[in-house]
Design a protein around this ligand. Structure first.
Ligand code: FMN
Length: 209
């Protein structure tokens, strides 16, 4: 493995093990391509997008960056089949699924050469992801924005426990913003981090200037 690389940077072919979370209403092509251009992994959040809007965001993102980017698919929203078809037709290479079973689309997407990560909020569900054969697991603590799990386990309690039970590449999410927090997550067993709220604040404050 090259210096500075780890399982997450290698899996997604990125420079830094930092993922910009898919966020309903907040992560379109502009934010995703900006993060990917800086060496992280930008995700388009499809949950707030009608299928034609998603297609437009993917096409604009492809024009705005030649770096890898992905799409977040929250499995509880309508038009799922249509969303998945657009992802396949547009040649998206990375998909982060959430809010549903990791078994639902992992195999279908992987058959087309797509890397799949799934988001969970507990060790029990992380183990289900491993059984489903996902490429990476996002373990999201209770601090995370958006929908959270019922267990209310905080990120830095969740990560070491998930690490104990799974061997797949692990991404920590929830309340992470600073370099020291990224380092702490990795010391506790994560291979990378997914950051939501801080990216959307930072992006919006810069765009407002
Ligand atoms: C405004 C907002 C919208 C979100 N929407 C989604 C979503 O559509 N799908 C999803 O999987 N997670 C969603 N999340 C959770 C993020 O993907 C991510 O895991 C979380 O924001 C990480 O915690 P942090 O915000 O403390 O960095 C959302 C988070 C925020 C703040």
């Amino acid at each position: 493995m090259q210096q500075g690389q780890n399982r997450i940077t290698q899996l997604f072919n990125i420079q830094y093990p930092i993922i910009q979370a898919g966020m309903i209403w907040h992560s379109g092509w502009k934010l995703a391509s900006a993060v990917s251009n800086c060496g992280g992994l930008g995700l388009i959040g499809s949950a707030s997008m009608y299928p034609d809007i998603l297609r437009e965001n993917i096409q604009k993102c492809k024009k705005a960056t030649d770096k890898p980017f992905g799409v977040n698919v929250a499995l509880l929203y309508p038009n799922l089949e249509e969303i998945i078809n657009i992802i396949l037709e547009e040649g998206v290479k990375i998909v982060f699924t959430s809010a549903g079973s990791p078994k639902a689309y992992t195999e279908t997407l992987q058959k087309e050469g797509i890397k799949v990560a799934h988001v969970v909020s507990s060790t029990k569900f992380a183990m289900k992801c491993e059984d489903a054969g996902v490429d990476a697991i996002v373990a999201e603590g209770f601090e995370a924005g958006g929908h959270n799990g019922r267990d209310e386990t905080t990120t830095f309690c969740l990560i070491p426990n998930v690490r104990k039970h799974i061997s797949k590449p692990l991404i920590a999410a929830g309340g992470i913003a600073l370099g020291s927090q990224i380092k702490a997550a990795m010391i506790l067993g994560a291979d990378g981090v997914q950051i939501g709220f801080s990216f959307c604040c930072d992006y919006r404050s810069k765009c407002a200037q």
